[in-house]
Structures are given as structure tokens and as C-alpha cells.
Design a protein around this ligand. Structure first.
Ligand code: ADP
Ligand code: MG
Length: 729
């Protein structure tokens, strides 16, 4: 009987593209499964419509009676689209999304009066049986009481035959049990702080909205091939596998033509995204074989985060129709590029200005520089927290493990802006003379071109790059829920802007400075104090690691090390001051992330032990037996001369034994290390033990297994190989 590998190869090689019917023009179908403005106008009373609008724009509360009306309209809309169920859709701390479906259908006890029902209460609040979501000790599991509450700022949508209502997930004591709640609080904080600062430049600004445009990288692997790899299925990455002779050396995949099967998948996916109101725009091949990217038009951050979470779910579901499996893992394959999720971030005013876009006048450019420099300072002052916000077991394979970007957080700004900062650094202390001001306006601030030519950062090694009219946080992992990094980024910038405002106001009041003079004075000091974070060179290089160390920048290569910054006194004070998380919420997240790290490494260790011992070793022994038979035969024929004739075979027999010994002894040692780690009760110590005592065996076991892969007869090898996973189209 053919092994799973060969069965899978046969299925995969026979696949035809699943041709996807084109729906109507994108602009026509966009958002048709979303309870958006258009649907609301159609299905809500004027009063209900206004209440939702005001909740979205000003964060006002919606009272119960109005909620009843909204629910009624929402239900009618959903029923008109053949929807049968509704769910509160939320983002627990597992990093994914969760849902519990209830039917609209109700009937009386004797089965009479069947009817579809959905009221204000069901819209506003639901109690999922939440006892098995991670809560890091906030909630005793036997109390099991958390509830979800409607987030009107992210519109309800229909997926399949279910009405999904975006919600926050909180405990009865008010603590956030999800990723969305802290994000919403961070967005409120930055709105307040940034609006205050923007008012220096334009009194009409009333609201600032942080924007997010994520870029999702992923691999597509044939579903049958993926299922033939227990490691891919259980951990999302290959734990074994010799790199294929051809990898990405030829750079022939990047931006190359998209294979037909993949293109059909992408079209199908894009159609689904259109219906769901996810404004996807870009699709292309990425650097590694079978690696792709999808990016939307940027949106308000909360909505963008929801859309990314929803997208990841939709991607996997659509993939099933096309016999693909989507790999979101940051490093599914050794030796080829991994995947990230660049988070493009900026701030938009309600007057239609992108605050990180250089303008046409000196005044608008001073505004731009203010937000630009404050962001740099925020990252400078909180680089460890920024690093912590993207830490995960899977992202460790990118950051700091010979892949861009490095684990050192730095900011790329380009030559032109570097020069501008140098000039601003020379601004006189105190009040500026009229001549100096004119000079600044004409020759420095006024000269920033609105198109910054060098801000594409071609080498792409910077974890946080200014790219012309936005910052691009590139170190975010492809599996991440963007809420975590966006909560951190918006919080640190909010705090920074709040401090900036206080400093500028103090100079105006106490030193009798003009507003511009005060701003120039504060910015000058920021520029002087934050140089350590600016870096334009090659982030891969060893020289940079040395230089960064000299500059005092952190370089935490592992998650347990990196996460510590989350619970530093400074971080807790920051989150509390900005009203984003209290110390219980911060500490519980820390604990959950440590536990998640431990579990991930634990699972990888188990799966690796299993496949190495139960797939690789038996196969190697089988092949070794054929060699032994061969040597025996040669001995029969050639008598005492056989040793010369069978020299290579004998060497191979010995080599195989050596590698089997290597695998078995390392697995034994790894199991011992796991047992010891499992005895630890402190989450921090346990994660460190898994990181430093268990994980190092992975590479050693892999080394021997990958050597065996090269030795053993291809026909016998049971694990689907890299070339098959990566090059089957
Ligand atoms: P690339 O990094 O691939 O060169 P693009 O310039 O196409 O990318 O932009 C990447 C992402 O940045 C897109 O999702 C885009 O919507 C987003 N983006 C553009 N402007 C902004 C902005 N002002 N705020 C947030 N994201 C933005
Ligand atoms: Mg990008």
C-alpha cells in the first residue's frame, strides 16, 4: 500500500483549478453582507439610526428602548438574507475569534407559534459559557462568568447563514477578557491626546482616528500534502524536513505570475471579502515559493483589526473549497522566508488630514513633524514594550533568528527626514528670532517635499519604518491578532502626545514663549534624546547587533525574555495612566502569554518526538535492513573481498545507526527536560525552561532526521518532502 505521502502526492498532482464565477462588479457587491450605513438607513427608524451613528462617532451610549428598535431592524435585514442564527463574535485572549450561535427561531412549549425572535437584550449582551477561555486568573473558572457586549463601532455582518455581532468580552468585575476592549480604550486615549495636540495647528479638529492597513502574508499548501504532515497539522510548521535543492535562491517567485489554482482561490477569497466589506486591494506572490500576500485599503483601526481576524477565518474556509491549507505560521519552512503582517499605521483628523503626511505649507509641515517626532520618541522610550507586543513562540523564528526584521526595535526614517531632524536640532534654545523663524519656515520645514522619495526602505530590514505618509510596523507576526500591537502603539503614542502637550504648554505659560517657539524647543530636545532608536542600515547584520548594544537598545531574542517588559513598573503605570488596562489586566495577559508559549513549545516537542521516533527511525531501519541484505549478498558472492566492494554500503549502515542513535538519545534527553519543566509551577520559570532547556533539542533532533532524509531511499520516506510541499502548484 502506498504511504500517506504518495497518496497525497497523487491527489495533489491531479488537481484542477476550481473555477470561480465572477460576481457583480466589486463596487456593487461591496459590503452587501454588512449592516452598514446603507442597510441601516433602510432597516432602522430615524431615531435608531441616529443613535448608532452617534455611538460610532462620539461613543455615546445606546439606551435599552433604542437597542430594541435596532435589534428589530437588524433581524429584519438578516432574515431578508436568509440568515437563521446570530452570534456574538469576539476575540478572546487565544488570539483568534470565538462565536456561539443561537437560532432566531423560537416556539412555545407545545410547538405552536413558531417565530423568529431577536431583541435588544440579545443584541446588547450575551453570556457565552466562557469557562474555558484563558483568563490568567482574573476569573475563577468555577465562576465562569464573563459576558460579551455589543461594540457598535464595528458593524454586524453575515457570514454563511449567521448574523455576527462584534462584541467585547469582559468579566462581571469589569476586567477585559479579550483583545478588543484594551484596543478600544487605547483608541480613546490617543484620540484625546492627539486631538489636543492637533488643536495647536487647527482649532477645528475634534476627533483623531488611528488608521491601520495590515498586509497579510501566508503560504498555501495543497490540503492533501498538508494532511500528510502531522507536524504541519498540529503545530502549523514543519519540525523536520531537509531544505529543497531549489528554494528561493533564484528570486523567481516574488511578484511572479500567480499560479492558476492559487489565482482562483484568491478570486474566491476576494469575492467573500467584498461581501463582508473587507476592502482587499492587493494580491501578489511573496519571496518564498508558495508564499503570497494580501492587503486591504486601510481603515479605522478597530474595524481593520476585526477585518483581519475575520479574514484569517475566511481564508481558511475558502481554502477548503480549493483543496488548499493556509499556513499563517511565521516560519512554516526552514531555509525559506517566513511570513509577517506589516501594520501600516497613521493618524487621521476628522478634517480629513493624515497627520503623518507632509503637507504643502510650513505650518502643516510643522504639524507633520510634531506627530512624526513624537512617534519616534514614543518608540524610543518604550522600545522594550514594543518588542514585547509582538512576542510569540512562532514569531521568535523571524525576529532575531536570521530573518528580517531583527529582535532589536529601531526606526527607519530615510535620508531626507534625517537631514530635516539634523537641522531642527540646531534650533536656538528659548525664544526664536524672527530671522531664524523665517529661515526655518523657508528652508527647513517648508522644504519637506510632499513626496518622500527615499521612504520605501528597499532593504526591508527595519522593524518600524516611516514609509512616506505612515509608519510601517513590520515586526508583527503573520499569526498575530493586530489588536495587541495596535493597543501598545496607540497607547505609547497617546502618552507621549499627552506629555508633549504638557511640556509645550509649560513653556508657553511659564517662559512666555510663542506656541511655535515652544514646539520647536520641545522637538529639539526630543531629537537630541532619541537618536539611539534611529537606524538606516542593514538590520540583519552582526555589526548592527553590536552597535545596538552600545546604544543601549534591547535585543530580546526569545518570547519569555521579551515579555518581561509587559509587566515592568513603567509599563503597568503607563497602561493605568492611559486608562487602557489596570494592573490585573496587564498581569493576567502576561501570564496567559507565558502559558501559551509553554504550551506551544510543549506541543512541538511532543509532535517532534512522535514523528522522529515513529516515522523517521522505523523508515531508516527499514532502509538499513535492505543495505544489510545487500551487504550479505555481496559477501556471498565475493567472499573475503566483499569489504572492499561493499565499502559504501557499510559506511551508510554505520551512518544510519549513528543518526538513529542521535535521534533517540536526544529525544530521551528532551523528554527528561520536559518532565523537569512540567514540575515548575511558576509560569515565568516554566516558559524559560521550555525555551532554554527543551527547545534547543529541536534543532539537534532535526539535524539527524534531515541527514537521514538524504540517506534513505526516497520511495520509503514517509514524510512529504519540502520540494513537494513548496513546489506543488
Ligand atoms: P507596500 O508596503 O507593500 O509598499 P503600500 O504602499 O501599498 O505598501 O501600502 C501598504 C498598506 O499601507 C496598505 O494596506 C495601505 O492601505 C496602507 N496604508 C496606506 N496609507 C495608510 C495610512 N494613512 N494609514 C494606515 N495605512 C495606510
Ligand atoms: Mg509593506
Amino acid at each position: 500500500m502506498a504511504t500517506l505521502r504518495f497518496q497525497a502526492l497523487q491527489s495533489a498532482s491531479g488537481r484542477k483549478p476550481v473555477i470561480v464565477e465572477e460576481l457583480d462588479r466589486k463596487s456593487k457587491i461591496f459590503g452587501s453582507n454588512v449592516f452598514n450605513d446603507k442597510a441601516m438607513r433602510l432597516f432602522l427608524t430615524g431615531e435608531a439610526y441616529k443613535a448608532v451613528q452617534s455611538a460610532v462617532q462620539h461613543g455615546t451610549k445606546i439606551d435599552r428602548k433604542i437597542a430594541e428598535h435596532i435589534a428589530m431592524g437588524m433581524k429584519e435585514w438578516a432574515l431578508s438574507k436568509n440568515v437563521t442564527h446570530y452570534t456574538h463574535w469576539f476575540q478572546p485572549l487565544t488570539g483568534t475569534t470565538a462565536e456561539k450561535h443561537d437560532a432566531f427561531f423560537e416556539t412555545s412549549m407545545d410547538g405552536s407559534d413558531p417565530v423568529e425572535k431577536f431583541g435588544g437584550t440579545q443584541l446588547v449582551q450575551q453570556e457565552p459559557d466562557a469557562s474555558s477561555f484563558p483568563n490568567g486568573g482574573i476569573r475563577n473558572t468555577f465562576e465562569a462568568r464573563g459576558y460579551t457586549a455589543w461594540d457598535p463601532t464595528s458593524p454586524a455582518f453575515i457570514f454563511g447563514t449567521t448574523l455576527c455581532i462584534p462584541t467585547v468580552f469582559v468579566s462581571y468585575t469589569g476586567e477585559a477578557l479579550d483583545n478588543k476592549t484594551p484596543l478600544l480604550r487605547a483608541l480613546t486615549a490617543i484620540d484625546a491626546a492627539a486631538t489636543d495636540v492637533a488643536k495647536y495647528f487647527d482649532k477645528n479638529v475634534k476627533k483623531i482616528t488611528p488608521t491601520l492597513g495590515w498586509e497579510q502574508e501566508y503560504f498555501l499548501v495543497d490540503a492533501a500534502l498538508a494532511s500528510s504532515r502531522p507536524d504541519l497539522m498540529a503545530t502549523g510548521r514543519t519540525l523536520l524536513g531537509h531544505t529543497s535543492a531549489k528554494g528561493q535562491q533564484l528570486d523567481d517567485h516574488y511578484f511572479g505570475s500567480i499560479p492558476t489554482r492559487v489565482l482562483q482561490y484568491m478570486r474566491d477569497l476576494e469575492n467573500q471579502c467584498m461581501l463582508l466589506g473587507i476592502p482587499v486591494k492587493t494580491r501578489h506572490n511573496e519571496v518564498a515559493p508558495n508564499q503570497f500576500e494580501l492587503a486591504p485599503i486601510f481603515e479605522e483601526t478597530n474595524l481593520a483589526v476585526d477585518h483581519n481576524s475575520l479574514l484569517m477565518d475566511v481564508m481558511q474556509k475558502v481554502a477548503e473549497r480549493h483543496d488548499f491549507k493556509v499556513l499563517f505560521h511565521e516560519k512554516p519552512f526552514k531555509g525559506v522566508n517566513g511570513s509577517g503582517k506589516h501594520n501600516n499605521w497613521s493618524l487621521a483628523t476628522d478634517t480629513g488630514i493624515n497627520l503623518l503626511s507632509p503637507g504643502k505649507t510650513p505650518m502643516s509641515n510643522l504639524q507633520f513633524l510634531t506627530f512624526f517626532i513624537n512617534t519616534i520618541k514614543a518608540v524610543h522610550d518604550n522600545e522594550e514594550l514594543v518588542r514585547a507586543s509582538i512576542a510569540s513562540a512562532s514569531n521568535d523564528h523571524r525576529l532575531g533568528a536570521n530573518e528580517a526584521p531583527p529582535a532589536i526595535i529601531s526606526v527607519f526614517i530615510g535620508q531626507q527626514l534625517t537631514k530635516v531632524l539634523e537641522e531642527l536640532e540646531g534650533v536656538s534654545k528659548g525664544k526664536l528670532s524672527p530671522e531664524e523663524k523665517t529661515d526655518l519656515k523657508l528652508n527647513v520645514v517648508g522644504k519637506i517635499p510632499d513626496l518622500l522619495l527615499d521612504n520605501t526602505d528597499r532593504n526591508r530590514t527595519s522593524p518600524f519604518a516611516f514609509t512616506g505618509n505612515k509608519f510601517e510596523f513590520r515586526a508583527v507576526g503573520s499569526t498575530a491578532n493586530c489588536a495587541v500591537s495596535m493597543t501598545t502603539l496607540n497607547t505609547i503614542v497617546a502618552k507621549q502626545l499627552k506629555d508633549f502637550k504638557a511640556e509645550v504648554d509649560a513653556l508657553i505659560e511659564k517662559k512666555d514663549m510663542k506656541k511655535d517657539d515652544a514646539i520647536f524647543n520641545v522637538l529639539r530636545e526630543y531629537i537630541k534624546g532619541t537618536k539611539a532608536i534611529l537606524f538606516e542600515g542593514d538590520g540583519y547584520s552582526e555589526a548592527w547587533e553590536k552597535e545596538a548594544k552600545k546604544r543601549g537598545l534591547s535585543n530580546h531574542k526569545t518570547t519569555p525574555e521579551a515579555l518581561k517588559a509587559k509587566v515592568s513598573k513603567k509599563a503597568i503605570a503607563l497602561f493605568e495612566e492611559m486608562g487602557v488596562m489596570n494592573h490585573i489586566e496587564v498581569e493576567s495577559r502576561y501570564e496567559i502569554e507565558l502559558e501559551e508559549y509553554t504550551k506551544k513549545i510543549q506541543i512541538e516537542g511532543r509532535v517532534l518526538g512522535d514523528i522522529a521516533r515513529n516515522h523517521v527511525v522505523p523508515t531508516a531501519i527499514k532502509y538499513q535492513n535492505t543495505l544489510i541484505d545487500n551487504v550479505r549478498g555481496l559477501k556471498e558472492i565475493f567472499g573475503k573481498d566483499f569489504e572492499v566492494i561493499a565499502k559504501e554500503q557499510i559506511k551508510m549502515i554505520k551512518d544510519i545507526s549513528g543518526h538513529i542513535e542521535g535521534i533517540n538519545s536526544k529525544i530521551d534527553a528532551m523528554i527528561e527536560a520536559r518532565k523537569k519543566a512540567n514540575l515548575l509551577t511558576d509560569a515565568e520559570k516554566q516558559a524559560a525552561a521550555y525555551c532554554n532547556e527543551v527547545k534547543p533539542f529541536f534543532e539537534e533532533i532535526r539535524y539527524h532526521s534531515d541527514k537521514l532524509e538524504l540517506l534513505v531511499d526516497d520511495e520509503m520516506w514517509t514524510l512529504t518532502k519540502y520540494r513537494e510541499l513548496l513546489f506543488t502548484k
